[in-house]
Write a protein that binds this ligand. Sequence first.
Ligand SMILES: [Zn+2]
Length: 68
Amino acid sequence: MRKLLCPQCKITGMYVKNANGERLLVYITKEGNVIPKDSAASIEGFDMTEVFCLGCSWHGSPKQLKLI
Ligand SMILES: [Zn+2]
């Protein structure tokens, strides 16, 4: 499966946050879908509209990620 990359540091590892500031590791498919790395994880309560890069300070909409 193709995954989208951080526009700054070109890694696929991202996370999302919930209201408590907890992190959930995700990746983003080339269709722009945000998928938990742990397929058993619940995404309930997590804001899937803003993703944060694990490798640098970039964050933003999953639609801004690049396919390279
Ligand atoms: Zn990055």
